[in-house]
Unconditional design. Structure first.
Length: 519
């Protein structure tokens, strides 16, 4: 009751509405939040009323140009640069070089670490703010545009602020050349905005030109690195080209979840929303999965229900039926486009090879440069470099050799003999899948195929252990295709077999047990 009376007594309607949205707010938290909102509202009002020191000089220049236009019947833009520089010098003291035209901005003292001096169009000094929170756009003050007589390409867009209630309007953009720390950037696109706290704001579109940007704050704690994924520079694949016009959604009921599952789903939905991976929608399509894709017009096709709402993904994951195939196709196109050699992609795993360390390093460097150009991001912590042995897809791959992955075979070593018909069929199927690794497989599997009762006798247990050991110790070697091949065959009363040889050395085996009608 006291909390409600406190909220109802507030003068600001917006603050009162914000507090009423939180139903579990206590009196102390309500007071702290109301005070924070009030301070923010006051700062917002002060921000909108700020007067930039250059405004007086710019206004004076405008009046001077207008008077000159009225008397001399010329446009304002025809004013000579010397007259412009003299007016600016009168309003802004301590300009040592007439070649440069400096402006004074109203940037806060707290921003000095991220503010840097730049040169625009090789002539004009200005102050730039490195803003990592911008909406992938860079901005320039409208007053500076007027001062420098920059050509504006008119385009009206609305710029969203950190608070959804605040926004700004830009009427156009211009292209300039920027010199920052002795580096020149040509044709930088800057959107024109009023009342900027600095002359230029360099957003993420400018920062993405670099691999990373480091800002030193002088703190005692170690640096923090945030992994920022960039968008791959490729056309989005078409996943739903086969849908017909009369396609209709399938009605599905919501599943029942435990309280623990509900809390996990709610946490994941919040995390994915904050990362802009998913977004809420109003769609008739829904599916019981947390996978969708990123083409705007096709996003509703893969909507999913979670936390009593409908959501859709803004990116293409592997969850859709042909998502993996489309991703694999794009990676293959990337390899072909940049003509990468000895580069073997498998969905999101890429193996880069070389016959020597030098060749390996050259291929790796070529891939890295291509990945940067295409906007591909890879996790350095999961990468393995300059290795001679690689465990991949259940195999241990080395130079000229292919073996089963020992980690995958560790449970096989501890596998006990089968004690019923169902477990026996599973074991026979497992050994049959790995038959290519076992020499004379049909002969060695025959005792297990003839089992009629349990437990197994000593001969059958011995055959079981022999198959396990041979599978663990097996390996396949690469062959020299320039050496002639020889095929040797053999047959018995219950099996047939064949061996592929090179110079008397076997390189491949094949065998099969004969069926009853074949014996």
């Amino acid at each position: 009751m006291i909390r409600d009376a406190f909220i109802n007594g507030l003068l600001s309607n917006s603050i009162r509405q914000r507090l009423l949205e939180n139903k579990i707010l206590d009196l102390s938290s309500a007071f702290d939040q109301a005070r924070s909102l009030d301070v923010a509202q006051q700062n917002s009002n002060l921000y909108s009323q700020l007067t930039i020191p250059t405004s007086a000089s710019i206004q004076e220049i405008k009046s001077h140009l207008q008077k000159q236009s009225m008397t001399d019947n010329h446009l304002a833009a025809t004013a000579k640069s010397k007259q412009l520089s003299s007016n600016v010098s009168a309003a802004i003291p301590k300009i040592d070089d007439d070649y440069f035209c400096a402006t004074i901005s109203a940037s806060a003292n707290s921003l000095f670490r991220v503010c840097h001096n730049i040169i625009i169009n090789d002539r004009y000094k200005a102050e730039a703010l490195i803003d990592s929170g911008s909406t992938n756009k860079s901005f320039i003050s409208n007053k500076l545009v007027t001062l420098l007589h920059l050509n504006i390409i008119y385009e009206q867009i609305v710029i969203g602020m950190a608070s959804a209630a605040l926004s700004a309007k830009s009427d156009g953009y211009c292209y300039v050349s920027i010199t920052l720390q002795n580096k020149i950037y040509n044709k930088v696109k800057l959107h024109v905005l009023d009342n900027l706290c600095v002359d230029v704001i360099l957003g993420t579109d400018f920062q993405e030109l670099h691999e990373s940007i480091t800002i030193k704050y002088g703190g005692k704690r170690p640096p923090i690195t945030f992994a920022a994924l960039i968008t791959m520079k490729t056309e989005p694949p078409e996943l739903f080209a086969n849908l017909t016009q009369d396609c209709r959604p399938i009605a599905t009921r919501s599943r029942n979840y435990s309280q623990r599952d509900k809390e996990f789903i709610k946490f994941e939905i919040h995390r994915l929303t904050q990362a802009a991976i998913i977004e809420p929608i109003l769609s008739t399509f829904a599916q019981h999965t947390t996978k969708s894709l990123y083409q705007k017009k096709k996003r509703p096709y893969t909507a999913f229900e979670a936390d009593n709402k409908l959501w859709q993904y803004t990116r293409m994951p592997f969850g859709v039926t042909n998502g993996s195939a489309c991703f694999q196709r794009k990676i293959d196109d990337f390899v072909r486009k940049y003509k990468l050699t000895d580069c073997f992609p498998f969905i999101d795993n890429i193996t880069i090879c070389g016959n020597s360390q030098k060749e390996h390093d050259e291929n790796l460097l070529k891939f890295r440069l291509a990945a940067i150009d295409a906007g591909i991001t890879f996790n350095e912590e999961k990468c393995v470099f300059s290795t001679k042995t690689l465990d991949f897809l259940g195999y241990r791959i080395s130079y000229g050799s292919l073996k089963p992955d020992p980690q995958r075979l560790a449970p096989l070593i501890k596998l006990p003999p089968p004690d019923n018909a169902k477990s026996l069929q599973r074991i026979i199927g497992m050994f049959s899948f790995s038959a290519k690794w076992i020499r004379k497989f049909s002969d060695k599997i025959r005792p297990l195929n003839s089992v009629t009762q349990f437990p197994l006798n000593q001969q059958q247990i011995s055959a079981f252990e022999t198959l396990k050991n041979e599978l663990v110790q097996s390996s396949m070697q690469t062959i020299d295709e320039n050496i002639p091949f020889t095929v040797e065959t053999d047959a018995s009363d219950f099996a047939i077999s064949a061996t592929l040889n090179q110079d008397g050395r076997p390189v491949a085996f094949h065998s099969r047990t004969l069926q009853g009608s074949e014996q």
